[in-house]
Design a protein around this ligand. Structure first.
Ligand code: ACO
Length: 394
């Protein structure tokens, strides 16, 4: 740790540095956008997010078509290679023993995101990954992550991890390794659809983090471990578990109006509404709403979600007539994740699993056209000066 030297009150005041050595915070007039908002920080052929019109495409294909007609395995191949395979198979990978040992060493109350990030880091240490990253590395890491998260979830409950079933695709294989039973068709389809909608979303903070790490010619596991760290923050990792809490608190359609008014009067945000980029209905929410609609056993919960959504949209429009506020992906992600029986504390890490295809595709894209990402910073600290009691070197 470094500390600011404290001033010696007895010392002569330091001589002014020569004019050409003085920092000039006020004269650096190069454009600066806090949070890089509105700054084009790279080029990508992967995801196109059109917030104004509520459109999202992966390599040009609209998300609703990908959800309707594709599988996560196909979408992952599309992102990695640009090809749309007629069929693709991406089962969960078996966990090497040292990874299970690492997960076992974690405290049972560790956050699932921390466990996943640790597992990805350990996977990188075991695999001695070479530069440049390859599609095979991307496939292997994406197939590894659900097994690691499922193993952690079992270990923390005192249960032994379950070996993957190679017949099952990634989403179904994740549920199988969590619960020890093959999921039904509706849950399989719903979680696969959720994985598709989560796979890619442009230059969000975690993806950008993965690209920055890749730009130093570091390896794919370091990039994804960093991305998980970025996604762990509440400003990025999303709020589906908070949507579940919100609906539990509301409890019934009859109570919704009063609850929503009270929350908005207190200045609270309604979870699952609003988005930094979308000024229209989030296309991922629309795709997931359809999927949730078809899920067995969801009827009551979904009815409540739909009724609350309609009411919330009306209230948000009345209170913010100039600010378009619509449903975001988290709202119906909550319905799907709740519907397939995941515990809410696994929601953020499950979102991270879905994003592996996109993160690793960005790693490949960054590596293919690499230039070290190294922006400038506007210096606003003190002008150059001498340490207290030390005369300026001339
Ligand atoms: N409920 C009520 N009011 C809202 C909401 C909301 N969900 N979202 C925005 N507003 C209001 C704000 O209070 C603000 O009003 P004001 O101008 O009177 O102060 C106005 O709309 C603009 O809000 P901003 O903070 O500028 O909007 P921003 O684009 O920064 O926020 C965000 C986006 C963080 C997603 C916000 O809409 C929010 O907090 N939503 C709820 C949490 C949520 O659903 N998160 C998941 C996002 S999707 C994802 O992460 C994948």
């Amino acid at each position: 740790m470094t500390t600011e030297p404290t001033a010696d009150p007895q010392a002569d005041p330091p001589a002014d540095p020569p004019a050409d050595l003085r920092a000039a915070p006020k004269t650096d007039t190069r454009p600066y956008s806090p949070g890089l908002e509105g700054v084009i920080a790279g080029e990508s052929a992967l995801g196109m997010v059109d917030g104004e019109h509520g459109r999202l495409t992966y390599r040009g294909y609209p998300i609703e078509e990908l959800v309707r007609a594709g599988t996560y395995a196909q979408v992952a191949e599309l992102l990695w290679t640009g090809e749309w395979p007629q069929s693709a198979h991406l089962p969960c990978a078996a966990l090497p023993d040292p990874i299970v040992d690492v997960l076992r060493a974690l405290p049972a109350n560790a956050l699932p995101m921390d466990a996943l990030r640790t597992a990805v880091s350990a996977w990188g240490a075991l695999n001695r990954l070479t530069w440049p990253p390859t599609v095979d590395q991307a496939r292997a890491l994406t197939a590894f992550a659900p097994s690691a998260l499922a193993a952690f979830a079992r270990l923390r409950a005192g249960n032994a991890p379950i070996a993957p079933n190679h017949e099952l695709e990634l989403a179904a294989g994740f549920l199988y390794q969590l619960n020890g039973v093959e999921p039904d068709e509706a849950s399989t389809r719903a979680l696969d659809a959720y994985f598709i909608t989560g796979a890619e979303h442009g230059f969000n903070a975690s993806t950008f983090t993965a690209r920055v790490i890749t730009s130093t010619q570091s390896d794919i596991a370091s990039a994804v471990a960093g991305a998980i760290g970025a996604m762990k923050g509440p400003l990025h990792g999303g709020a589906p578990s908070e949507v579940v809490n919100q609906l539990h608190q509301i409890g019934s359609v009859e109570r919704a109006e009063k609850w929503l008014d009270a929350a908005l009067d207190r200045g609270e945000r309604l979870m699952g509404f609003g988005h930094r980029v979308y000024r229209a209905y989030d296309p991922r929410a629309a795709a997931l709403r359809q999927v949730a609609d078809g899920m067995a056993g969801m009827a009551d919960w979904l009815k409540l979600a739909v009724a609350v959504e309609d009411m919330a949209l009306r209230k948000l429009k009345a209170r913010h007539p100039d600010r378009p506020l619509f449903t975001n992906v988290e709202y119906y992600a909550a319905a799907v994740l709740q519907g397939v029986g995941l515990p809410p504390d696994l929601f953020p890490a499950t979102f991270a699993l879905s994003r592996h295809a996109g993160w690793t595709a960005h790693v490949l894209e960054q590596a293919a056209t690499n230039r070290l990402i190294r922006p400038d910073v506007r210096y606003v600290g003190p002008a150059e000066r001498s340490l207290p009691g030390v005369s300026a070197a001339r």
